[in-house]
Design a protein around this ligand. Structure first.
Ligand SMILES: C[S@@+](CC[C@H](N)C(=O)[O-])C[C@H]1O[C@@H](n2cnc3c(N)ncnc32)[C@H](O)[C@@H]1O
Length: 294
């Protein structure tokens, strides 16, 4: 996943470089959809990611196609691990009357935003947002399991145990019911990065941080899935997401160059943008729709 950038940074934690986890975590106002305010409050720099709809490079068109396929399978239960504010979870529930959902995350602010969005859409009685770690979760199995840019929620990591998508896939296989579906949004290298490319990414970026797409799909098959749909975020989806992640903050910085918080905000944004420009065109995100075998 990505370190601090926006949605999927791998090494950092596992999903999207740079943004996936960190941004909202540090944000006073969680990013996400229309409900999120672009600025924490007057005079404060806007949170990175404020105003995003999805916490990753996912277009409205791709989301609609995904939801159409998932809804056709008629899930009764949906489990979203590392849900954030759970925009896709809510849209699936909206598309499948009667389906019930559970979102698990450790970010209280994102969960609160999810609850607010659920209430606004009349879904509050069909979805539960739970603040807890998904590591080794005893929730599930579910008919549909979502894990978008949040593989780190299923894979213990430490100095001796680097992030491993194979572990994530085995966990997802455990959490899905027979005949169900899994959607995994996971990072992959579009080409094996050179040392010079790695040096421009997140601190400690390593060629072993991600598999290639074919290796990732092989891992899914080894974990007991058939890859029913394989798709990858486009350059446009990445740019919408990455630029959208910083947009409000960049505009604020231009207007408030001497604000007491400007220097630290500028340093954070500059670091994150530089990292993105380093992994842009090298790191991809795959959306795999997986069906358990047997
Ligand atoms: C890139 S965000 C993706 C959020 C959401 N899946 C989406 O696509 O909008 C990664 C999420 O994983 C969550 N996360 C990280 N470690 C976790 C853990 N151990 N248990 C549950 N959630 C975790 C973060 O808090 C963050 O919300």
């Amino acid at each position: 996943m990505i370190e601090n950038s926006s949605a999927v940074t791998p090494s950092a934690s596992a999903g999207t470089p740079g943004h996936a986890t960190t941004p909202s975590a540090s944000a006073a106002v969680p990013p996400g959809s229309a409900a999120a305010s672009p600025a924490a409050d007057a005079g404060q720099p806007p949170n990175l990611g404020a105003g995003l709809t999805f916490h990753g490079p996912l277009s409205e068109d791709r989301a609609a196609r995904l939801i159409g396929r998932l809804a056709a399978a008629g899930p009764g239960t949906v489990l979203d691990v590392g849900c954030g504010w759970g925009e896709l979870l809510l849209r699936v529930l909206d598309a499948v009357p009667g389906a019930k959902g559970t979102g698990i995350d450790i970010n209280a602010a994102d969960l609160e935003l999810g609850r607010r969005l659920a209430a606004e859409r009349g879904l509050a009685d069909r979805v539960e947002y739970v603040e807890e770690s998904a590591l080794g979760t005893t929730r599930g199995p579910a008919d549909l399991v979502l894990c978008l840019g949040s593989g780190q929620a299923l894979c213990p990591t430490g100095p001796e145990s680097p992030y491993d998508p194979a572990v994530v896939l085995r966990e997802l296989r455990r959490l899905v019911r027979p005949g169900g579906r899994v959607v995994l949004g996971e990072g992959f290298w579009q080409h094996t990065p050179t040392d010079a490319e790695l040096a421009r990414m997140w601190p400690g970026a390593h060629a072993g941080d991600h598999p290639t797409l074919d290796a990732l799909v092989d891992l899914a098959v080894e974990a007991g899935f058939r890859p029913a749909w394989i798709e990858t975020a486009s350059a446009e989806e990445w740019e919408e997401f990455e630029s959208g992640y910083r947009h409000a903050t960049e505009v604020w910085l231009a207007a408030h160059p001497d604000h007491p918080l400007a220097a630290e905000t500028r340093a954070r944004v500059d670091r994150q943008r530089t990292q993105w420009l380093g992994y842009r065109s090298v790191l991809g995100i795959a959306y795999l729709t997986l069906v358990p075998v047997g």
